[in-house]
Design a binder for this molecule. Sequence first.
Ligand SMILES: NC(=O)C1=CN([C@@H]2O[C@H](COP(=O)(O)OP(=O)(O)OC[C@H]3O[C@@H](n4cnc5c(N)ncnc54)[C@H](OP(=O)(O)O)[C@@H]3O)[C@@H](O)[C@H]2O)[C@@H](O)CC1
Ligand SMILES: [K+]
Length: 501
Amino acid sequence: MPIELLSPAEMGEADRIAISHGPFDGYALMRNAGAAVAAEVLRRFSGEKHINVLCGPGNNGGDGYVVARLLREAGCAVRVIAEGPPREGTDAALAARDCPLEAGPLSAFEPDAGSLVIDALYGAGLTRPLDREAARVAAACRNACARVVAVDLPSGISGDSGRAVGEAFEAMLTVTFFRLKPGHLLEPGRASCGEIVVADIGLPETVLEQIAPRTLVNLPALWLATYPRPTRQQYKYSRGHVAVFSGGPGSTGAARLSALAAARSGAGAVTVYSPGNALAVNAAHLTSIMLRRVDDPDAVRDALAVRSPDAFVLGPGFGLDRPVREWALAVLKASAGGVVVLDADGITSFRDRPEALFEAAKSSPLDLILTPHEGEFARLFPDLAADDGLSKLEKARGAAARSGAVVIFKGPDTVIASADGRAAINFNGTPWLATAGSGDVLAGIVAGLAAQKMPPFDAACAAVWMHAEAARRFGPGLIAEDLPGLMPQVLREILAIDPAL
Ligand SMILES: NC(=O)C1=CN([C@@H]2O[C@H](COP(=O)(O)OP(=O)(O)OC[C@H]3O[C@@H](n4cnc5c(N)ncnc54)[C@H](OP(=O)(O)O)[C@@H]3O)[C@@H](O)[C@H]2O)[C@@H](O)CC1
Ligand SMILES: [K+]
């Protein structure tokens, strides 16, 4: 799957550039799009005799008329249902002219139970909520358990944000063209799309040179080039050293999960910085991971003076009874470089003064990576969180620009954003990850990869993907303790390309 994501506006631009360079004009692209959808329908539903094709007034509807014609030519009984005729002089009007089927009105359409419905009402051009009739049909299709194949996007889903702008269709298959849009990956769009197929309709790859997309699908192709590969010359500290701050005696497990995940992700050395009163419990559970007593922010400076780690994890299980903020600021001031992953309590501790964190991070040689879930995001960026006009992608981008950090905005559709404007939406998320301690493991993987000198944005993207990949492999019954142990097989697959290892 290609890694570039295009917004509906960028897709329109790609369309214009392609048409101006030829060889395909707009109607030829539409015929290719319709043919791609018809082929998927025929491949999956070969025995299907009755197919309903819902056509809107724009080019999405135009694709629908092409699909209807091709399915009819293939011997299916096809019914076209239209929400008004296409505008004169458009490609959609040409497609409607070439379709031999007479369209019935949407107002008379009532789907039979389990019927096959091609949704070509609205795609990239959706500008407002579905009107009364289209909304009624979307709900009727859901109630009738109709099998919906969406053309480009399920109607009602925004290609920019993935939001349902009011009522929306729920598809079992969505066939889109050239590149995915953010709305295919952001929830609830992702769930509404069902299976997604990206069809080649003849747009040349070169159109991307002019558009230079800044939004990407988080797949290995995005970060494989910077993925750490150990060399024979390395020793444990040069492979990367991670320090994880432990909570007090009653909450040490989160730090150990992060530490183990960092080690399993390839960091050569991991140290848990523990308060004196939790040393015994940490020591009882750690073997290859080192332990060092660090009781207060001043002791952080002393520890760094002895050996400064390449990456830190601060927050998991740390507790808010100790001034986490002071610890974070001490790390940002004392370290000579590397990365600090601020998670959980580390994020919450800055809820009253987020600017203090952003200022300290901007003047620190350390790179900051923030890993908020929705609640934590709202504590650091309350205005962005409350702005319903912004998509999750825009919120994450805004947060990265403001904080100067790489922001991993977690959820079923995790978005990773960098202050330089790049953003990636994760592709392989799984509900099995919604389990206690899973975030602690993610923070550890991020730190483990960053300690190995993977650039912070790449490390964040790779960690999110690996974390989900491990969870997918385990599946039902997963608990966070299982995740670090699954890393070796995920790593092996990523590194499989290099036979020297
Ligand atoms: N890019 C590509 O590579 C290719 C793209 N192709 C296809 O083109 C599609 C995009 O076409 P599109 O721009 O014409 O938009 P589309 O989704 O048909 O809707 C626009 C129309 O709907 C109307 N309208 C909007 N919302 C409404 C609502 N809620 N309720 C009622 N009306 C509403 C809107 O009216 P207006 O807002 O202008 O008043 C306008 O008339 C794309 O999804 C793909 O399928 C392929 O053919 C070829 C290659
Ligand atoms: K559609």
